[in-house]
Design a protein around this ligand. Structure first.
Ligand code: PHB
Length: 389
């Protein structure tokens, strides 16, 4: 009896294995779960990421690793309180092969937790939460974007080198704001400066007035900020309207002026920011990407579009190595780890913790473009604090 049962279960296992390779051979579609913000202050960022991702897939004839790609989408609203339910819908109800998301660090942390617990492949196309490639790192978790520490740290060095001594920081009170400021402070204080005040408001609030009054009365040498999307548009306009722009230089992580320049107009002119992308790289790779993106979407690409495009590239590299079988996790990870990703931002590789090792550009707003001034930090590697892998 026991033997029969054992025999049967071996038989079932063998059948299942056969069935799954048969499904692959017949070219079952690859289900990509896109969890992104399509409403709220980050709505435009979510759309740009999806556009970039779809552009790369289209360039590959609609297939990655030999499998036709289909999408299931969830609007995460950049709301951490709904994040676990949203990601579970994709994993448990829709049975996606891979999760791609998201923009907001708090929501991404919930995605990383579910990915870790379920073993589902996760590619993060924006959210910088340091822990995603730090304490939460995992063999099935990859990031095509940056860690919050990276642009902040690069700007800390720039502002210290400019000779500014006293800086006030201002941001949203959540992981991305806190970590961006922490990265800035680490480099700025190492360079001899001092952060004299850290101002905050709750995400995604835009009531900046009292905080701007505080900056005016504190009179620092400069201000460092992290805002993005709709909030960044309003902050840059309010900073100028308060009369601060001409007296106290404003520096930021590059999200402050990426995808936002149409709406910010002259109020953004001249601003210096640090980021892993810029509008004037002028390399053949970037120019081809920008042309293809503009043709497809009648829009100029931004850093979010690049990160979406590169998330699809990473997925394509891994899937090609495992011939479309997402179950082969170790081989998938090894292939991605070896790869030099041919990004519009410039080629990059992933660190052991699966975060891009990349040049951080210093950019200046000129008209409707973030023009490259130089490389603020060459091949900057996130310290991946707490990652054991
Ligand atoms: C984040 O929450 O990690 C975040 C959001 C928007 C950005 C960058 C980072 O532009």
């Amino acid at each position: 009896m026991k033997n029969t049962r054992l025999g049967l279960s071996l038989f079932t296992t063998a059948l299942l294995a056969l069935a799954s390779s048969a499904t692959l051979a017949q070219g079952a579609k690859l289900k990509v779960g896109l969890m992104l913000p399509y409403t709220g202050t980050f709505a435009a960022l979510g759309t740009a990421i999806e556009n970039g991702f779809r552009l790369y897939v289209a360039e590959q004839g609609g297939k990655l690793g030999g499998r036709e790609v289909e999408f299931v989408k969830v609007d995460d609203e950049s709301d951490p309180s709904k994040a676990t339910d949203n990601v579970n819908k994709l994993v448990k109800r829709d049975n996606v092969d891979v999760l791609v998301g998201t923009v907001h660090s708090g929501v991404a942390m919930a995605m990383a937790k579910v990915a870790k617990d379920s073993g589902t492949l996760l590619i993060v196309p924006n959210a910088g939460a340091d822990a995603v490639t730090g304490a939460m790192c995992g063999p099935n978790i990859f990031r095509s974007s940056f860690s919050n520490w990276q642009p902040g740290y690069a700007m800390g060095e720039v502002v210290a080198k400019k000779g500014h001594k006293k800086v006030v920081t201002i941001t949203w009170k959540y992981a991305a704001g806190d970590e961006s400021v922490r990265g800035f402070k680490e480099a700025f204080e190492k360079g001899g400066g001092q952060v004299v005040k850290e101002l905050n408001l709750p995400f995604p609030g835009v009531e900046f007035q009292a905080l701007l009054t505080d900056i005016a009365s504190t009179r620092p040498d400069a201000v460092y900020t992290f805002f993005a999307g709709g909030g960044a548009v309003k902050f840059v306009k309010d900073y100028a309207a308060a009369g601060l722009k001409k007296n106290i230089p404003l520096y930021g992580a590059g999200f402050l002026t990426d995808g936002t320049l149409e709406a910010q107009g002259a109020d953004a002119d001249g601003l210096l920011t640090t980021l892993h992308y810029a509008d004037s790289l002028g390399t053949p790779r970037d120019s081809a990407f920008r042309l293809a993106y503009a043709k497809s979407y009648k829009l100029q690409p931004d850093v979010y579009a690049v990160q979406g495009y590169d998330a699809a590239q990473i997925l394509g590299i891994g899937l090609t190595a495992v011939k479309g079988d997402v179950g082969k996790k170790a081989e998938f990870a090894a292939a991605v780890q070896r790869a030099r990703i041919d990004s519009p931002r410039g080629p990059f590789m992933l660190s052991k913790a699966h975060n891009p090792v990349q040049d951080i550009y210093l950019r200046q707003v000129v008209g409707k473009e973030n023009k490259v001034v130089g490389v603020a930090s060459k091949a900057l590697t996130d310290p991946a604090r707490g990652c054991r892998m």
